[in-house]
Design a protein around this ligand. Sequence first.
Ligand SMILES: Cc1cn([C@H]2C[C@H](O)[C@@H](COP(=O)(O)OP(=O)(O)OP(=O)(O)O)O2)c(=O)[nH]c1=O
Length: 192
Amino acid sequence: MQNLILASSSPRRKELLENLHITFEVSSSDVDENFDPALTPGEIVMELSSRKARAVSMKHQNSFVIGADTIVVLDEIVLGKPKDRADAYSMIKKLSGKEHSVYTGVSIVAPENEIKFYVKTDVVFWELSDEEINAYIDTGEPFDKAGAYGIQGFGSMLVKKIDGDYFSVMGLPISKTVRELRNAGYVMPFSK
Ligand SMILES: Cc1cn([C@H]2C[C@H](O)[C@@H](COP(=O)(O)OP(=O)(O)OP(=O)(O)O)O2)c(=O)[nH]c1=O
């Protein structure tokens, strides 16, 4: 029986994997999320996802461990999670009326190998009034999310257009993740 572990504290990533009705454990560990500013966005999210997966893999040998990391990039500036309300306001204000890219990196540490990849999705926000931005922050939704919004919640109202993978914006490109899990040697049981 192969053991699958999601190395993440994100409820969204857990939900996306649960949709497949496969058995897995959740185990996360704190890793240093600082990165070399010379890296490209794709390299950043692959490096951070790999740190998360490798940290958990050290405690669970012979398992398939999935780590992921999501960032928002606007005009080459990386937006992570907002520190406070003012930071959330400033991020959403910058995103208003513009296109940005969401990068999610995934790393699968398998017993024999490690596979890393990233998915880039372009998202366009409506032009937002200060009132709309403040009302959105009042929902409390921005605080644990890269770019200070969640496309799957109230944040869906901010989004005019998306080009790419919706699930990747939510935090895990589930379809490509499954394909790469198979490539890493994991046998997908399509049972309930
Ligand atoms: C842009 C966007 C991000 N997010 C979330 C996905 C991630 O959970 C979070 C980015 O932070 P991450 O550091 O990628 O992940 P995390 O700290 O939530 O969880 P862990 O490191 O334990 O895996 O932002 C959404 O839920 N919806 C969105 O639309």
